[in-house]
Design a protein around this ligand. Sequence first.
Ligand SMILES: Cc1ncc(COP(=O)(O)O)c(C=O)c1O
Length: 448
Amino acid sequence: MGSIQLKTEIPGPRSREVVARREAATPQGAAKLTPIVIEKAEGAVLTDIDGNQLLDFAGGIGTLAVGHCPPEVVNAVKMQAEKMLHLCAIVGTYEPYVEIAELLNDVTPGNHRKKTVLLNSGAEAVETAVKIARSYTGRSGIIVFEGAYHGRTNMTLSMTSKYGLFKKGFGPFAPEIYRLPFPNVYRRPAGLTEEAFVDYAISQLDNALISQVDPSAVAAIVIEPVQGEGGFIPTPPRFLRHLREVCDEFGIVLVADEIQCGMGRTGKLFTVEHYDVVPDLVTIAKSLAAGMPLAAVTGRAEIMDAPHPGGLGGTYSGNPLACVAAVEAVKMINQPGFLQRATEVGRRIEDHLLAMQEQFPLIGDVRGLGAMMAMELVHDRTTKTPAPAETTRVNLETVKRGLVTIRAGLYSNCVRFLPPLNITNEQIDEGMAVVNEALTVISEEVHA
Ligand SMILES: Cc1ncc(COP(=O)(O)O)c(C=O)c1O
């Protein structure tokens, strides 16, 4: 028997009722991608309030590397809850706060002396990294890239690229942000080789340091080693290495935003390890604490210590429950066997997607790194015209069949796969068979 067990249509009657209440009680801006209402979750399996079992290929948007409710994390949280729920790290110290900071200093790339500040969300981590870089350099300019996603606070929204979905109506945005082209090799001009395209992106960056902002005014370059919301686009290695060189030459802080691609997702604890690039600061969140709200900025001690006492943190930053969850999650993820399995999960998903790409002309590109895989849907493989409506249909059709998938991409035309990494091969195959069914239905309609 498979993991997907449906007793009602999806969404079932009770789910519909609760979703209607959600819609009445909460604003549409805090949107939902699926109509399901989940009661409990374990590993890669969700159980909804109508008693249906679904497979989860969204994993809390990449938050559940260790799966839903791993016993080690649940027990640590339970034990901590009985002792102390909250103190506030501004008021005093508790050991798990120190322990997770020490652990992150230890496991992040680079042998230099490091420090970690704990925050609540990914956006808060990125915003804090910007504050630290500005304080350290005494400069204000921040370089980011087209297609990037860094969060929904005013600063991180200003750094985020996709306008319509995230930024519409929310300006004015923060100043001193310079957005440069990102070498998305799938969408390079026809006739240009990948190498030549990356060369061109590098020359555009170098030129921007003359035409847009002087390097002496730039505090940080912030980049996702694999773009997440942008559509799972790995940064070309030469481009990332060039950023490191530019930062070294001009005293700019290199920030790797590993919020979506970090914590084992790509088969290394941090994605920059694939590139042999050591960033000055790393922003970490999502899978860090197995779903408990915790984020971090870890980096060079001398940079981290630049802001004055009281300049960083907040009431809930580094809550004890989140810290103990993170200690357990990081220990689990940082095992060679766990990281090896992440690579295998990614390969198995990729094999399925490549086979489907041969079957369905709708799939223009299959890409990613490790277990961060996506397919990009296009109307035509030559013009690469994005197919966002079909992408939304894939999500709806898979959920109806008991598989949770979500979209991504600057053009909202990618289906991304972020399953818990303790998923079994049988569950991957079962889920990908559902994706195949959904694509079959949609492709038949397109050609009808
Ligand atoms: C790369 C990246 N940076 C920052 C964020 C913002 O994180 P949060 O939603 O926890 O604020 C995200 C969230 O998806 C992300 O993928």
